[in-house]
Design a binder for this molecule. Sequence first.
Ligand SMILES: [Zn+2]
Length: 465
Amino acid sequence: MKLNRNQFNQQLFGQLQIVFGFIALASLLWYSISSSPPSTPSQYSIPTEIIDQQNNRSQKVMAEQPTQKPREQQFQDQRYSVVEGDTLEAIFLRKKLSIKVLQDILEADEPYLELDVLRPGDHLDFLIDQSNNRLEALSRIVDPSRTVTYQRNEENFMYNETLTPTTKIAEVTRGQIIGSFYVSASSSGLSDKGVMTITQLLKNTLNFKRDLRAGDHFQVVMEREVIDGQSIGKDRLLAARILLRGKEFGAYLHNDGSYYNAKGESLVPALLRYPTRKKYRISSSFNPRRVHPVTGRVKPHNGVDFAMPTGTPIISTGHGRVTRVANHRYAGKYIDIDEFGAYSTRFLHLSKILVRKGQQVERGQVIALSGNTGRSTGPHLHYELHIRSRPVNPMTAKIPMLKSIPNNEIKGFDLHVVDMQNLMLSKEKIVHLNKQHKNQNKQAKLQVQLEQTSMPSSTTSPSAG
Ligand SMILES: [Zn+2]
């Protein structure tokens, strides 16, 4: 159990109440001093009553401390396994938890939307105070490397996440074409996502239906993130090539998060900076420390808001696949798109969605019409750009705009390509990549550590840039 029970111990609980009591007391005093000159006595009588209540409440908490049994004994962890058709609301109702509390949690989740899609088999952990059936914390195990927790803080919930370090390994798949590329690659053990990514990356240079012949070769390197040898479901393509009677059609992931062929020419058009054909005024910037305009609380603003009339066509900023189409109480109708490489995008408060989950979309394709759905202060589009699942400022983030790798990076890229090709040919099927540490926003360096036995001459590759 990842929740720290000490956080719920009574002393802290009592202290928090006292602290909040004093904050409330101080604010009331400040309010009465600063906002109203002492002209009407009635204005004083109201705060005094409240101050008395606050004092009583604080004293009551302190007085109860020695007599009350430690509250932590009343907390109970309940693990819930999601089944087909479950919704959070249904789970809350079944557990007789307040729907108001669910709304508070959904509000805390609005910048992240981690609770919005529950899959059968997902685990939710409820920490419940059994004395009053009050939810103290809710956790969701997003994947074995990451758990998000919504923890009670008075009447609100605070979001935080717990990360477990993963190890990255490169897995090599090789095979020959027998029938279609899909059938051949699948029977060699490549995942559907791997096949799909390769097909999308190479489709402009290679006609998969017409050009492939039986006996042509393919070689693929996938990166897998594992904990104790178990994949956590985050695989991505590092390199692939199809050899047509010896001629290479290749795709290599560069450290800018985009794919290039072996000559360093881009295979994916650059992401567009703006999700609309016309530029609209920014009404709220990307700001991880923003104070929310409606609630007044600090809440990260993980995207950029563009003010625009409802019904404005929204375009996909890159080539990718729609991974989520949903409707959220606060985020409104929204779409997630997984772009190739390291990028994903998110569009909130839409009025109409024109794509479906799983659909491939092209850069510049109209995917939705803007709107004002969910909790919104006016018609606008909220647009997010994520690099390796972390939100970045879409207006300033370095996004690959390159037609080809620049001269000062090409040497490093060439070495990287050679390393990947060696890996494709190596006897080892699985090779350990160097561990990447917490800051995933930093460009990942793909330093391949080949096993000494297989490739003694090339142990590391300096990564470009
Ligand atoms: Zn926004």
